[in-house]
Ligand binder design. Structure first.
Ligand code: 2AM
Ligand code: CA
Ligand code: CA
Ligand code: CA
Length: 262
């Protein structure tokens, strides 16, 4: 599979940052970990990976803006293009040695996400999407699952952390969904949840109170795999609101129907 020069830049950056995360994973005991807020951990691994991504992406595409979880906004001279980067999505998993974490890189052009790369360095699964060109997992073309009945579906969700989000709302969501699906899952890395939807491993996923870097790459991944990704109310508002729901067209519609009124 031959990808564009742009995708190659993103993949190369993701792989280098991935090697850094793997080195750090080997020594999690020695990593400096601090709290940004309740249950909101950040480690030297997150920061190191983000600086590598900033350096590589900025060197390859001088002038592009950069929005990263740890460093915030770094404006570029090119106002049309912005990298949206999570250097380590699933930090809590990472710090517990649970191999469900990823590097997530999205490229936003004139307000639209046009490319995404999600890379899990633990199992070397590399997800790629480019606008109009499809989504791929290690060069295999991806397609969302085809299940049409919620009762056959495995759906993933997010749960609010201590001190964040609406816990009562989350309980109502669970109470509605749990009895209607084949299985509910909570993996803890938003980018990979969306990549799993793109790959047809999960039939659907929803989560509230996310940030642009959690979902930028995931949104294009799901869409390029033929799925629908939206805000909870069904419009193209996920990046703006931080609430996301996705799946194939039917399951997405079913999820919105249940979640929107709650
Ligand atoms: P992170 O690991 O990059 O912080 C899982 O529910 C998602 O929420 C993950 O994508 C995770 O991204 C994010 N997350 C985890 N803990 C968080 C917290 N305390 N506050 C905000 N976001 C969090
Ligand atoms: Ca974080
Ligand atoms: Ca994240
Ligand atoms: Ca992160």
């Amino acid at each position: 599979m031959i990808h564009s020069a742009l995708i190659n830049v993103m993949v190369k950056a993701a792989r280098r940052a991935g090697r850094s995360l793997k080195r750090d994973l080997g020594e999690i005991e020695n990593l400096q970990v601090s709290l940004k807020g309740p249950a909101n951990f950040v480690s030297a691994a997150d920061r190191r990976a983000e600086e590598m991504l900033y350096d590589d992406l900025t060197k390859a595409r001088p002038g592009y803006g950069f929005l990263g979880e740890e460093g915030g906004t770094r404006e570029g001279t090119d106002k049309a293009n912005t990298w949206i980067v999570d250097p380590l999505d699933g930090t809590t998993n990472f710090l517990h040695g649970i191999p469900q974490f990823a590097i997530s890189i999205g490229l936003q052009r004139e307000g639209v996400i046009i490319a995404g790369v999600i890379y899990n360095p633990g199992n070397e699964e590399l997800y790629i999407a480019e606008r109009g060109k499809g989504a791929f997992l290690n060069d295999m073309r991806l397609r969302v699952a085809g299940r049409k009945k919620l009762e056959d579906c495995v759906i993933a969700c997010g749960l609010p952390h201590i001190g964040r989000g609406d816990h009562e709302l989350s309980r109502r969501e669970m109470a509605e969904l749990q009895p209607r699906v084949a299985g509910l899952r909570r993996f803890g890395a938003a980018s990979l949840d969306m990549a799993f939807v793109a790959a047809g491993r999960l039939d659907g996923y929803w989560e509230r109170n996310l940030q642009p870097w959690d979902i930028a790459a995931g949104l294009i991944m799901v869409r390029e795999a033929g799925g629908v990704a939206s805000g909870i109310e069904g419009g193209d508002t996920a990046l703006a609101t931080g609430h996301v729901v996705c799946g194939n067209e039917t399951i997405h519609r079913e999820l919105v129907k249940i979640l929107k009124p709650l």
